[in-house]
Design a protein. Sequence first.
Length: 313
Amino acid sequence: MSLNADRSYKMKLRDVENAFKYRRIPYPKRSVELIALLAISCTFFLFMHTNKLNSRLKEMEVKLQPSEFSALGLTGNHISGHDAGKHDDINTLHGTYQYLKSTGQLQHLTSAQLNNTPRAQLDTLFFNRVPKAGSEKLMELLKLLANRNKFQARRDPKHLFETILMDTGFARNLLKAEILNCSTANSYTKHVAFLNFAAFGHPWPIYINLVRDPVERLVSWFYYARAPWYLADRVNAFGSDYKIPTLEWLQKDFNRCILEHDPECVYEQMDTGNLGDHRRQTLFFCGQQAELCIDVVTMCTCPETARSCNGMN
């Protein structure tokens, strides 16, 4: 009796072990398909979120630059992409052409007339770079091209403060001492507002520059100036002369800065302050005339910019 009971117990124990061993696992067998579905879902929601953010940025751009877009009768919906398929969208090449034509900035100009390279009077490529528009990459490209094509790729020395606007004497000295002091083919790069070489009695170089979406550039600069590596580079370059910003300033958020009307994030017409954050992209094409070019956006800035650029022809 004891032997039969022991055998029965072992059989029951084996049945229990088999039950646990071959039990159904409550996880889906096709885990790869599940992961793929989750990845696709995440990608879709990220795309929708990014598209919404881009629309909001475009609407902010219209608010920041109403004078430029009002000439075309564009609203926030036009700029945000709802009518992107239409040819009168200023974000398209055709729309930009129509805008310039309607404002009288393109009267009888052809692509050949807009090419200033053949009209250059000296072998200097002058890159008066707009901040936060990809100029660092272009400078590296110029170095590579200089080695390949046997010209000098030069840039201005590092300074604690950038001199974008300058008086006549300073500008004349800059041209003579730095930009025009090279007798061989060269390029020169510097953050500086448009310089009229002819006004100083000097021959024209080959002007190049890069531009960027105004709102994207403002946001980029806002966080660039707070980046740890940027602060470390400034400390290494200038030592104790560079004052590290406060923790409160470093922890600012751009959206909150805008909503709270922080003076750093107020971009209004006729504003002549805040030169340090390089908010005026047109300044690098307009010129050294502070009374005409220093405003964030005015009705006279764009024609003056076009006049300066056309003056190189």
